[in-house]
Design a protein around this ligand. Structure first.
Ligand code: DX5
Ligand code: ZN
Length: 217
C-alpha cells in the first residue's frame, strides 16, 4: 500500500517545507495542469526541477495537459521516478510509455472517470502504473465518485499478476480509502485529506492502515 499525497492543496509558496511535512509518504504527487486539458493552471517543469533538488522522495508527476507526447519526456529527464499522462490526451500512448521508460521513469497512464479501461488492456505490458481518476480532474477537494469502483475492480482483474501499481486519485480520505483498497487499488493520492489535517504525516499513516486492513487481494 502506497500513499502519495498531492501537494495541490499545500502552500505553493513553501513547497520544500510542505514536502518535509510528509516524511512517511511513499512519494509526492505533483499535479501539472495546463488550463487546456483541464480548466485550471498549476505548476510545470521548472518547479519539478527545483523540487528534484530538494527532496529524495519519489516524484509522482500527474500531467493533466494536452499533447503529453511532446511535454512528458522532459519530466522523466528532470529525474521524476513516475510520469503519468492522460490517455485521452495522448496521440501515441504506447510510444510515449516507451519514451518514458527509456528515460528511466516509470510509465503511467491515467483515465478520467468516464473513460473505459478495456480498450487499453492490451498495452498493460508497456505500463508501470494505471491511475484511475475518482473525480473529474482539475481541482482538489471534490467528492469521491463511487461509480468508478467497478472500474477499479475490473482493472485489478485485467492487471492479473503483472507488477503494475493501481493508483486512485480524487476525493480519497479516511471515508473512502477502504472502498478503493477493497476494490483493488494499491496506491492512493490524497490531497486535501492530508494537507488539511493538523498532522499530515499522521494522516498518511492512518490512510495506509485503513487501506491495509481493507485490501482485497
Ligand atoms: C485532481 C488532482 C488530484 C487532486 C487530489 O485533478 O489530480 O491529485 O488534487 O485532491 P483531493 O484529494 O483533495 O481530491
Ligand atoms: Zn492528481
Amino acid at each position: 500500500m502506497r500513499i502519495t499525497p498531492s501537494i495541490l492543496n499545500a502552500d505553493f509558496a513553501n513547497l520544500r517545507h510542505e514536502i518535509g511535512r510528509i516524511p512517511g509518504a511513499d512519494g509526492v504527487h505533483v499535479d501539472v495542469m495546463d488550463n487546456h486539458f483541464v480548466p485550471n493552471l498549476t505548476i510545470g517543469l521548472p518547479v519539478v526541477e527545483c523540487l528534484r533538488k530538494v527532496t529524495d522522495q519519489l516524484l509522482d508527476i500527474h500531467l493533466m495537459i494536452e499533447d503529453p507526447d511532446r511535454w512528458a519526456p522532459a519530466y522523466a529527464e528532470a529525474g521524476a521516478e513516475s510520469v503519468t499522462f492522460h490517455v485521452e490526451a495522448a496521440h501515441a500512448p504506447i510510444r510515449l510509455a516507451r519514451e518514458l521508460r527509456a528515460r528511466g521513469a516509470r510509465a503511467s497512464m491515467a483515465l478520467k472517470p468516464a473513460t473505459p479501461i478495456e480498450p487499453y488492456a492490451e498495452m498493460f505490458d508497456e505500463l508501470d502504473m494505471v491511475l484511475l481518476m475518482t473525480v473529474e480532474p482539475g481541482f482538489g477537494g471534490q467528492k469521491f465518485l463511487d461509480l468508478v469502483l467497478p472500474k477499479i475492480r475490473r482493472t485489478r482483474e485485467l492487471i492479473g499478476d503483472r507488477p503494475i501499481w493501481l493508483q486512485v486519485d480524487g476525493g480519497v480520505s479516511v471515508e473512502t480509502i477502504g472502498r478503493c483498497a477493497e476494490a483493488g487499488a494499491d496506491t492512493f493520492v490524497a490531497g486535501s485529506a492530508v494537507y488539511n489535517a493538523p498532522d499530515p504525516d499522521a494522516m498518511v499513516r492512518e490512510l495506509r492502515e485503513l487501506a491495509d486492513s481493507a485490501w482485497c487481494c
